[in-house]
Design a protein around this ligand. Structure first.
Ligand SMILES: *Cc1c(COP(=O)(O)O)cnc(C)c1O
Length: 390
């Protein structure tokens, strides 16, 4: 056998990724650039191969959260522009320049540090300025009484000789939430973003080439003017969330496992740790090698279902570290070795996330390193990660 690790695996459908990219490109139009968010190993899908695909498809930019994520892409020959959304320690500025990576600048103090380090290298560091228009996370403060000082700090940043201010961006806090209150909050963020850009460009005497703010919520729910020069979707690209289907997007990851053991228990048998589930009748139980160390949520114990070829099988008892149990009593054709889908095209990740009281992002990010990713293109597996090599 080529890989005995084919116990639980994630199929990454690169055709779905391609479809999603094209549908989103059609939506945003030819004049808007496309940044694919591939932070956190492309939301668990594998950043190198997803980025390679996006590069082939003609995407314009990638975004990651840290320098190690960015360098991983460069080492794997990804040449397109990469923006680091999070902080990079100043000691790493030389490496940012060496690897041609764009850095977010989130306040004046960091602008000064980055500038000094870039000047030591005798080079310029390409940056995108981050504004805090209401997310209250990273970014130059610019709301209300901070407007003037924000504009001042950003303009000074743009004028630093060691920095090349290519772009400016902000992040929405509630663009994916329903209701007029959230819509107003988002409109206010957008309006403030525009006012700051206008004021800075006036003072600086130059224009930013890349102004961007539209995440998944804004791409799905807000007018075209929000797309500005570039959009920045993550979740939509991978085909999840409540807006995905209506936009013609397909889920990229299917998480699968198979049945390793089947046993038949009489009525009254307690299943798994803590005995929270007791059989009520003669019950056929399948053990699948998928537990919380693989990324399952223990909070879903005894609450969710996995999909077999005969339909949904209820998960029974506590989810263990490496395994869990499913009820296949009325599924005679489901046997040892039968494939089971945890989430994917048949078992919606949106529903599973809701059951777990979370969002689909957390479920795909949680799929652990132990789970090999199989990349599929035109029905064929083109690449596998994590094979049994010894
Ligand atoms: C993660 C992230 C995104 C993408 O968010 P989605 O909701 O997945 O579209 C966009 N911009 C920033 C700054 C982010 O951190």
């Amino acid at each position: 056998m080529e890989s005995t690790l084919r116990r639980t695996w994630a199929e990454i459908d690169l055709d779905a990724l391609e479809n999603n990219y094209h549908r989103l490109k059609e939506r945003i139009g030819d004049n808007v650039k496309f940044l694919g968010v591939v932070k956190a190993d492309a939301y668990g899908h594998g950043s190198v191969i997803c980025s390679r695909k996006l590069e082939q498809l003609g995407a314009d930019y990638l975004a990651v959260s840290s320098i190690d994520e960015a360098i991983e892409l460069r080492v794997n020959k990804i040449q397109m522009p990469i923006l680091i959304l999070g902080h990079t320690p100043k000691e790493q500025v030389a490496r940012l320049i060496e690897f041609d990576i764009t850095q977010a600048v989130t306040c004046w103090a960091k602008a000064v540090e980055f500038n000094e380090e870039a000047q030591k290298c005798g080079k310029k560091l390409r940056v995108h300025i981050k504004l805090d228009t209401g997310m209250s996370r990273l970014g130059f403060l610019c709301a209300n009484e901070n407007f003037e000082s924000g504009v001042e700090g950003i303009t000074k940043t743009c004028q630093l000789p060691g920095l090349e201010a290519e772009g400016i961006f902000t992040h929405f806090a509630v663009s994916d939430e329903p209701g007029e209150e959230c819509a107003e909050y988002t409109r206010n963020q957008f309006e403030l973003f525009n006012r700051v850009i206008h004021a800075v460009e006036e003072k600086w005497g130059r224009k930013f080439s890349l102004r961007h703010c539209a995440n998944t919520g804004a791409v799905a729910c807000y007018p075209k003017e929000y797309y500005m020069d570039m959009v920045r979707p993550g979740l939509l690209l991978y085909g999840y969330g409540e807006f995905a289907e209506e936009l013609g997007l397909q889920p990229v990851m299917s998480l699968k496992t198979n049945i390793s053991t089947i046993k038949i228990y009489p009525a009254g048998t307690a299943i798994s740790y803590g005995g929270i589930f007791k059989t009520e009748k003669t019950t056929r139980i399948g053990v699948v090698p998928y537990g919380y160390a693989d990324g399952f949520f223990r909070s879903l114990s005894n609450k969710c279902s996995l999909v077999t070829k005969e339909g949904k099988a209820k998960q029974r008892g506590k989810i263990c570290m490496d395994m869990c149990m499913i009820d296949i009593t009325d599924m005679p054709s489901v046997d040892v070795g039968s494939e089971v889908e945890i989430f994917g095209k048949q078992n919606s990740i949106n529903e599973l996330a809701e059951l777990a009281g979370t969002i689909p992002y957390e479920l795909t990010c949680a799929v652990s390193k132990r789970v090999p990713r199989f990349y599929q293109e035109k029905e064929e597996i083109i690449e596998k990660e994590l094979l049994l090599r010894w």
